[in-house]
Design a protein around this ligand. Structure first.
Ligand code: PLP
Length: 402
């Protein structure tokens, strides 16, 4: 007799959704086993090189053993972050306002835990960064979606529309700008509008700004930090090293707040999980030595890719692609009924010169069931030559897909 046959896993475990970014990976692996080249436009893991000063930390690593770091963050990395925010013009940010996290992912999850009771509601704008769904389930929080639409460039609806979704249970608004998955960059008045709503309804305002540096057409991102003093107890900034310095595998981010209770509480959680990566922080602490020209050239590179993708895809009959303003993603409408089936078919059946392309079905980037069924999210993280080939593959695939 086997023991444990009657054991049941938690119901809430069953509620955690599979990531639309990763759930088709087994099909991609199978295609690769057959010798097929798969271009990955499904995940925001850029091919852009990590700065040399950061790579050199790894090359010259001597410390043995590799220790835990401090729970709030290593002093050298905290100091580097402070310097970074001061460089952006936010010189009020001090070390006690910063909690180093294992990626922006942990920062988002901590922020939800710190601001909400189980069952509380958080307003989000859909399409949304799909993993918010995961953090919401893990923290017992209900995401209440406010829809943004392709025809408005996925900008925010009128204040009144947003306000309609606020209930007694609403505790926070979580937004992302520059946005994943739409590439939309909220204007100063949109961000100010959210600050005003937070103030009026006594809500926390959580800003995910992991793509802060990636805004195109000569425009600039508007940071929540600009308005932090208007709602010092309510504003929480969520940040990440992953995209800024092409450091996705260095799992580091930060939660920034002027609310001492929030900071003391998240530090207690951070103590419970001991520390973020020690080596990771030594690498990322070099951010103060990364020349401004690095960020400028990466920004230019993504802008070029954005243009190639936008120009290329909009020529394909039936394809709808609002021009992304920042980050490195686009939500693309396709002339298919079921984009997930199309994405799977690309991996299982479609081959052109033994090559195919992997996209992320967009339904998982919505919190409302049924939306995004004929859309995909594309991450333009490959160079122009590869991206051009991907556009060709998508055009050819759409011609023969039934
Ligand atoms: C909008 C957004 N927020 C947060 C994250 C989390 O990033 P990380 O955990 O790598 O710092 C990502 C990653 O893709 C993202 O796109």
């Amino acid at each position: 007799m086997e023991f444990g046959n009657n054991i049941t896993v938690s119901q809430r475990l069953g509620l955690v959704p599979a990531s639309p970014i990763r759930k088709l990976v087994p099909y991609a692996n199978e295609a690769k086993k057959q010798g097929v080249k798969v271009y990955h436009l499904n995940i925001g893991d850029p091919d852009v090189e990590t700065p040399e000063v950061m790579m050199n930390v790894l090359r010259n690593w001597h410390d043995n053993p590799i220790r835990y770091g401090q729970s709030q963050g290593e002093p050298v990395f905290l100091k580097a972050l402070k310097t970074y925010y001061h460089g952006l013009g936010y010189s009020f940010i001090d070390v006690p306002d910063i909690q180093v996290t294992s990626g922006g992912s942990e920062a988002i999850s901590l922020a939800l835990f710190a601001t909400c009771e189980p069952g509380d509601e958080v307003l989000v704008f859909e399409p949304l960064y799909t993993n918010y769904n995961t953090y919401a389930v893990v923290n017992g929080v209900k995401l209440v979606p406010v829809r943004t639409r392709a025809e408005d460039g996925f900008h925010l609806p009128k204040q009144k529309e947003i306000e309609k979704k606020i209930t007694k249970k609403t505790k926070a608004i979580l937004y992302c700008s520059p946005n994943n998955p739409t590439g939309t960059v909220f204007t100063p008045s949109e961000v100010e509008g959210l600050v005003a709503l937070a103030k009026k309804h006594n809500l926390f305002l959580l800003a995910d700004e992991v793509y802060r540096e990636y805004v195109y057409d000569g425009k600039k991102q508007t940071s929540l930090l600009t308005y932090m003093h208007k709602i010092p107890k309510q504003a929480i900034l969520l940040d990440s090293m992953s995209k800024r310095y092409s450091l996705c595998g260095v799992r580091l981010g930060a939660l920034i707040s002027l609310n001492e209770k929030i900071m003391a509480g998240v530090l207690r959680i951070a103590q419970g999980r001991l520390s973020a990566g020690f080596v990771d922080q030594a690498i990322a602490a070099k951010l103060t030595e990364v020349p401004q020209s690095y960020l400028e050239s990466v920004n230019k590179e993504y802008e070029k890719r954005r243009d190639v993708l936008h120009e290329g895809l909009k020529k394909i009959p039936g394809v709808v692609i609002p021009k992304p303003e920042g980050a490195f993603y686009a939500i693309v409408g396709l002339p298919v009924d079921d984009a997930e089936d199309f994405c799977r078919w690309l991996l299982t059946d479609f081959r052109d010169n033994n090559e195919t392309v992997m996209l992320a079905p967009a339904a998982g980037f919505y919190a409302t069931p049924g939306l995004g069924k004929n859309e995909v999210r594309i991450a333009y993280v490959l160079n122009v030559q590869k991206l051009t080939r991907c556009i060709e593959l998508i055009a050819k695939a759409l011609k023969i897909y039934k």
